[in-house]
Design a protein around this ligand. Structure first.
Ligand code: GLY
Length: 450
């Protein structure tokens, strides 16, 4: 559902309130399509998410300006020449023609102009209050980061129109996963499964996928971001699923700019082995228990660590690790098998607002440095919850790690499972005032298909 003008006005008012500007002029740009070098072609365009949030327009060139002294917003959009309209359909017209922006800025005299969105340059982090010593207001790059972070804080919790789009994205994803459950079978290639699934996303109304679909069979499931043509974009390989393989699918449709992000792992065409069944149930249990923790006031780091301890206890029970699960987590042994964060915020990007420093608390701890939003959960946040267990050659075959974890890892047992692949189960969870709401609950979790 496209947000109404009233909803957009509310978003802008909340952002302007956070900005606390009195005299400056702010320009937020959607950006332009990126060109493919050596050709006259361009990659598919997506607007800077801050512009999508504040305008609900996706056309290249869309630019939103704010005059803090007047408290007024002005929207500018591209206009095509007749010559260009011979080749391309017109973009959705918005506001005033973009070529009037320069004159609009000139009318504001020599007031400070702060650029945000596509093309804006800003530092990695703001100086600490002690270091800043007034510099923040004098340095436009610091000011830009402060304003961008304020938009991020607004985008962190979703309004009803945003949730509506995420629900539509989840519904389109449901259609795709249902197709997989009915059609995937031994002998089909990963590519055939990907294309069949994505066709259902599009048939359900999704304009695009939220990210490159991961359709990984057998040992490929151990590459966290295994994608078609990841090996060679010119001549990609694709593997046929074998009976008894694990098939890990991490995919999601996008709708109205909003992502869904779902992972299911199934055994195809055979009953699960004891190891597959034990680990599948372990990952599911870790997911169910940590989804239940997604409640206001909970620190995300604690949810992540709880998942890690549950997985650690399971690996001890299975005889792959030795020791106390909590210690296995803190010493890093568990991260050999669960080397990513439990989840990330979801919204106008699949990893929403992670590029803004305020959204992620820095950590030197290798266990936590890739942890998504290490924040206190609030109603309106949408986060993925995606524990996993993997047998990753790059980690398990590394001599330094084998030596470091000689006592805590039962290497003989682990080496028997090299080539197992991976199991991940992921849903999109809305934090509410009450129980967490799983937005992707309609997507079944079969342990076996085909
Ligand atoms: N769904 C892919 C990722 O979260 O990285």
């Amino acid at each position: 559902m496209k947000p109404t003008d009233e909803v957009l006005a509310e978003r802008r008012a909340r952002v302007a309130k956070r900005w606390e500007l009195t005299d400056e002029v702010v320009v937020v740009r959607a950006g332009e399509p990126a060109g493919w070098s050596g050709t006259d072609q361009h990659f598919a365009f997506l607007p800077h998410p801050d512009v999508a949030y504040l305008t609900a327009v996706g056309s290249p060139g869309t630019t939103l300006a704010f005059d803090a002294a007047a408290g007024e917003w002005e929207l500018f959009g591209p206009r095509f020449t007749p010559e260009r309209l011979v080749w391309e359909q017109p973009p959705t017209p918005v506001g005033r023609p973009l070529d009037e922006l320069e004159a609009w800025l000139s009318q504001r005299g020599d007031r400070t102009v702060i650029e945000l969105g596509a093309g804006a340059t800003m530092p990695e982090a703001l100086p600490s209050p002690a270091e800043a010593d007034g510099e923040e207001t004098e340095n436009p790059a610091n000011a830009a980061l402060r304003l961008a972070a304020a938009i991020a804080l607004e985008r962190m919790t979703k309004d009803d129109a945003e949730l509506d789009d995420i629900r539509s994205a989840a519904a389109a994803s449901t259609a795709g996963f249902e197709w997989v459950y009915q059609h995937a079978a031994p002998g089909m290639t990963e590519r055939e499964i990907q294309v069949g699934m994505e066709a259902q996303f599009y048939a359900a109304g999704a304009p695009r996928v939220a990210y490159d679909s991961i359709v990984a069979s057998g040992p490929h499931g151990a590459y966290l971001h295994y994608v078609y043509a990841g090996d060679d974009p010119l001549r990609p390989a694709t593997r046929a699923v074998e009976a008894g393989d694990l098939l890990l699918i991490d995919a999601g449709a996008q709708f109205g700019g909003y992502a869904s992000d779902v992972t299911r792992t199934m055994v195809v065409g055979a009953d699960p082995t004891d190891e597959q069944e034990f680990l599948w149930k372990l990952v599911l249990s870790a997911q169910q228990q940590t989804i239940d923790m997604c409640r206001p006031g909970t620190v995300w780091r604690e949810v992540h660590l709880a998942a890690a301890r549950i997985l650690g206890a399971g690996l001890v029970e299975m005889g792959l690790l030795r020791g106390d699960p909590a210690e296995l987590v803190t010493q890093g042994a568990l991260a050999l098998f669960f080397p990513h964060g439990l989840g990330h915020l979801l919204g106008l990007s699949v990893h929403d607002i992670t590029s803004v420093p305020y959204s992620r608390e820095p950590s030197d701890d290798p266990l936590l440095s890739r942890l998504g939003p290490n924040r206190v959960l609030e109603p309106g946040m949408v986060t993925t919850v995606e524990p996993g267990i993997y047998f990753i050659d790059a980690l398990l075959g590394d001599p330094a790690r084998r030596e470091k974890f000689a006592e805590s890892v039962v290497w003989d047992r682990v080496d028997e499972l090299r080539g197992f692949g991976g199991i991940r189960i992921e849903d999109d969870v809305l934090v509410t005032d009450g129980d967490p709401e799983v937005l992707t609950v309609a997507i079944d979790k079969p342990m076996r298909i085909g």
